[in-house]
Write a protein that binds this ligand. Structure first.
Ligand SMILES: Cc1ncc(COP(=O)(O)O)c(C=O)c1O
Length: 401
């Protein structure tokens, strides 16, 4: 075989990915073990019927053809309306471009803002595809670790320490995967000031905006930020459409105009029938309130079930689909903890290490099962943590002398 490009062979970096626990859990489940899967970021329910019916109707009425590269007019208008709601910033169809999911928007944003050899700042813990997306843009990056003690919100001093003369962009995600952190207005204002002072693009991943557990604040709405903020959006989480691969980037109109050329050579636009269903789903907010209420209820129940647990404490976890459990008191290595939990209690969670060093010694618990299963999972996790805590507290014979 001829040699692959370094660009492609280097997308995944070195080291463990943390997915080992997840894949091990899947293979044990297939073999018949009673495993509760809380390791993925996909809903346990399907897309709302109305959206599915709209797609079937589109297919039956001949929407089988190429569409406009950036998205057809009605679709961009529907996306612009939702962007205006989510960011609080007046948004025209010329400010949005369709992408295959939020991941496609991340790809477009990094390609638009970074040249080969440029540098970016990423806040950790981060969504697992960020490093690979930046490597594909052939950019360098520094991870600024937001600490568990700060509820996983980054601080300006740490950002200043990471900036270099080659820094062109910063990537943030609030509400956050994996931590569930929802950045305060103060934190976002600090980030905005930092980007303005260093003339940076801000790539703001807001795919969980409907799950903020309260008001969602977009960095794009802060003074001086609209012109430098590239907002990543998607219907995967908000509208329960993960498998439809639909999203968009909200950006200044000249950025969108240039990215239309990227769509020419990468996607050639979204699938026609998917776009037609999206117009209806976005215009009617199908599923949005129900999905948000479902996760809010699950989060509250899980937090209540963990209250007063000896040996572990919840960090961040104000929004999104996840709860982050700090288990450092009983086990410094999240991967070891997650594997032990799988072996002992048959619950699969993601080791925090998969999302960068700041989440080491944590595990991410996805709220993607119904209430009864989540209650059972919470009881098993608590039993496991408290067992470890008791073990750690038991004096080793003779050690006291
Ligand atoms: C923070 C974050 N950004 C982007 C994505 C990608 O979403 P999509 O399915 O729309 O590509 C995900 C998916 O889990 C995510 O968690």
């Amino acid at each position: 075989m001829a040699q692959l490009s370094k660009r492609i062979s280097g997308i995944l970096g070195e080291g463990k990915s943390g997915w080992e626990v997840h894949f091990e859990a899947i293979s044990r489940k297939r073999a018949g073990a009673d495993i509760i899967m809380l390791s993925m970021g996909d809903h346990d329910f399907d897309t709302p019927d109305a959206t599915v019916e709209a797609c079937i109707a589109a297919l039956r009425s001949g929407h089988h053809h190429y569409t406009d590269l950036a998205g057809f007019a009605e679709l961009r208008a529907a996306m612009a309306r939702v962007s205006e709601l989510s960011t609080g910033v007046a948004t025209l169809p010329q400010n949005v471009i369709t992408t295959p999911g939020g991941q496609g928007a991340l790809f477009a944003a990094t390609q638009a803002s970074l040249d080969v050899g440029d540098h970016a700042i990423v806040v950790g813990p981060y969504y697992a595809t960020y490093p690979g997306t930046l490597r594909l843009a052939q950019a360098d990056y520094t991870v600024v670790q937001a600490s568990a003690e700060d509820d996983f919100e980054p601080r300006r001093a740490a950002l200043e320490a990471a900036v270099t003369p080659r820094t062109r962009a910063m990537l943030i995600n609030s509400p956050n995967n994996p931590t569930g952190a929802v950045y305060s207005r103060r934190t976002l204002e600090e980030i905005a000031r930092f980007c303005i002072d260093h003339d940076l693009w801000l790539i703001s991943d807001e795919v969980y905006w409907t799950l903020a557990g309260g008001e969602h604040i977009s960095a794009a709405s802060l003074p001086g930020m609209e012109e430098r903020t590239l907002v990543v959006n998607s219907v995967s989480k908000s509208h329960a459409m993960t498998g439809w691969r639909a999203g968009w980037l909200r950006a200044p109109a000249p950025v969108v105009a240039s990215l239309t050329n990227l769509n020419l050579v990468v996607t050639f636009g979204l699938a026609d029938f998917v776009g037609q269903a999206l117009v209806r789903a976005l215009s009617n907010d199908w599923g949005v309130a129900e999905i948000a209420a479902t996760y809010a209820k699950r989060r509250q129940a899980m937090l209540a079930a963990f209250q007063g647990m000896a040996g572990a404490v919840v960090r961040g976890s104000r929004g999104g689909m996840y709860i982050m459990l700090d288990v450092r008191e009983v086990e410094p290595d999240g991967q070891v903890f997650a594997m032990g939990l799988l072996d002992t209690e048959k619950v699969a969670v993601m080791p925090g290490e998969s999302f960068g060093e700041a989440a080491a010694g944590h595990v991410r618990i996805s709220l993607v099962q119904d209430d009864a299963v989540l209650a059972e999972a919470a009881a098993r996790i608590r039993r496991y943590v408290e067992g470890l805590a008791r073990h750690a507290a038991t004096p080793v014979l003779g050690a006291a002398q």
